[in-house]
Write a protein that binds this ligand. Structure first.
Ligand code: AMP
Length: 224
């Protein structure tokens, strides 16, 4: 299989580094990086009808309905037709995993990467995560009490996400356990799941992701 055609989803708790690893995968293999959270945040920022319906749910750490998520995703997947992709933020439920499967048709997913990171570490990462509202670049604050930091890419100021509050974080982590954990088992049954230790700096974790994918993406030996 050509690796620039690879279809990969990256799963993991909020703050596990899905966005960073999806971006590194996209650069490395020449894939399109699609993140449902980013698509929804853009819709909220642009005050589209869909964004208005999603905004309060997102701020409270709740899941947005499947029809809204797939309305955005379908369009992006159509635009990416013929190219591989790294998907970040979806599927979050078994219903979404099945819907994605139906959508992809004959050439389904090639791998589902789970970034395994302990709960206390993701809490720490989310408490110091700052995002630039202008260009979307993520920056880490030196301390949870530091509310804003200069963006490293543009001249904007990175701030905490509106859903990185204590209550919304707790809700999102609970939803991950209830709704997303079964998706991991579903992919494991389909021999698509690749578990990677997500504790470490991004390059170190990416090395592990690539090593695991090398096995998952290489064609199975043909029977003699
Ligand atoms: P994320 O950037 O992936 O953490 O997503 C931010 C928020 O967007 C989530 O807490 C949900 O409210 C919403 N969201 C993103 N992706 C999905 C999805 N696949 N299904 C439902 N809601 C989603």
């Amino acid at each position: 299989m050509r690796t620039d055609q690879a279809r990969i989803v990256v799963l993991g708790k909020q703050g596990s580094g899905k966005g960073t690893q999806c971006e590194l995968l996209a650069d490395h293999f020449g894939l399109v990086h699609l993140a449902t959270g980013d698509l929804l945040r853009a819709a909220v920022r642009d005050r589209t009808p869909l964004g208005r319906r999603a905004q309060a749910l997102m701020e409270n750490g709740e899941l947005v309905s499947d029809d809204l998520v797939f309305a955005l995703l379908d369009e992006e997947l159509r635009r990416a037709a013929g190219r591989g992709f790294s998907l970040d933020g979806v599927p979050r439920t078994l219903a979404q995993a099945r819907a994605l499967d139906r959508h992809l048709g004959d050439h389904g997913l090639d791998a589902a990467v789970e970034l395994d990171v302990p709960g206390d570490l993701v809490m720490r990462r989310m408490a110091t995560r700052r995002v630039c509202p202008t260009c979307g670049t993520l920056t880490t604050a030196p301390d949870p009490a530091v509310a804003t930091v200069p963006c490293q890419r543009c001249d904007g100021t990175a701030v905490a996400r509106p859903d990185d509050t204590v209550d919304a974080i707790a809700r999102r982590l609970a939803l991950y356990e209830e709704e997303t954990r079964p998706v991991l088992d579903w992919y494991e049954e389909r021999r698509l799941l690749v578990r990677v230790d997500g504790d470490g700096d991004p390059e170190e974790v990416f090395g592990r992701v690539l090593a695991s994918l090398e096995v998952q993406l290489s064609p199975a030996p043909s029977p003699r």
